[in-house]
Design a protein around this ligand. Sequence first.
Ligand code: BGC
Length: 445
Amino acid sequence: MMTFKDLHFPNGFLWGSAASAHQTEGHNNNDWTEWERLPGKIRDGITSEIACDHYNRYEEDFALAKSLGHQVHRFSVEWSRIEPSQGHWDPKELEHYRKVVEALLARDIQPMVTLHHFTNPLWFSNQDAWLNPESPELFAPYCRKMAELLCDYDIIWNTINEPMVVAVAGYLFGEFPPGMHDYGKALTVAKHLLMAHGQAATQIREVYEERGLEQPQIAPVVSVSYFMPADSSNEDDIELAQYYNELYNHIWTRGAVTGTLPEPLGDGSPYAPLQQSTDFIGLNYYSRILVSSEVDFLAGEEPPKDPNLERCEGLDWEVFPEGYYHVLKEFWERYSVPIFLTENGIGTSDDSLRCRYILQHLQQVHRAISEGVDIRGYLVWSLTDNFEWAHGYSSHFGLVEVDYQTLRRQPRESAYMFREIIENNGISAELQSKYLQAAHTPQDC
Ligand code: BGC
């Protein structure tokens, strides 16, 4: 019989969900749209097309978020809509995103706006996208435009979503556009995305400064995995796990926090636009990664997974809540910068697994907070089911189910469980017992 304690979260802790433009809006025209048309790139050969039709149904979706108790909503602006050709702004689309922000604020939901979530306008990808040495400067005018549009509203800004995923999935493992397999290029892209984060923050700061407004909170959003040696007694595995932890989780983040271009992205020198770029770190955590010296990780090989761990549908990530605690502790010990949990969740058709996943991960978040880690909020990925990139519509991450035939939205039980957590600003022992009693948990909490 497992025993549980009531877990209280700090006053002012913010709860909500996250989503991105291309995965939900429908009918975008960007580098992903072109990629989806290539044979074999997306599971089942489908394309995002109408997605969740969120572009037309955002009011309905935000009403749902409100009814489910959400206090903050993270979404991205689709750059290709705002600047469909270089230097040309679409007034209709600018107005659209103003209305999106107003729709959130009207419901007393804090908007968290991401400027770049994986997709690029075609004019930008036709100029080599993030391989182009000018790419950070090409990104800057759009960031200024958005800051000018939204600076009068209460916004939390996210610059770039998961730069290392853009670099690794697009330029090393070839699963995302432009489908390359080149380690050197992946590093170049990571460097340019770091500079782009600096450019974005600088543009936002300048606009607020020029208008005499109080500076907003700005953060990049990093994807963080818990790298573990496949064999904890093997020195080579241990060393490799540390190496990939540095490379994937830390080098980019360190650059953003210290305002430099660290090796091997740059020569360690300061990059002026990165000064004052990072008020907090947006941290996305889903799983662990096992590292073994016996397989070629950079070629996409993996050691065998633990058959006893539950998995994320389609992506096959292992459910490993304890890793969340370790990465949170490590980020706090290294940077002492507040953390906002900008994504956590699981793709599954088994909603009871989603309930367990959320609870077990929040237990670890609470454990980190109780040991002094400054964590400001937690967002479930995602509000609704949506287009899961290379996995198409096969992985269901939503608190709210979407019927892709009718586009009808239906909250799942996990959405109501999460609402109860939000209402209590904590997790009662009773709630944990209800959903976790029969489940495997790494420890009693
Ligand atoms: C991304 C989301 C994605 C989620 C699940 C994150 O890497 O920011 O766009 O849907 O993980 O794969």
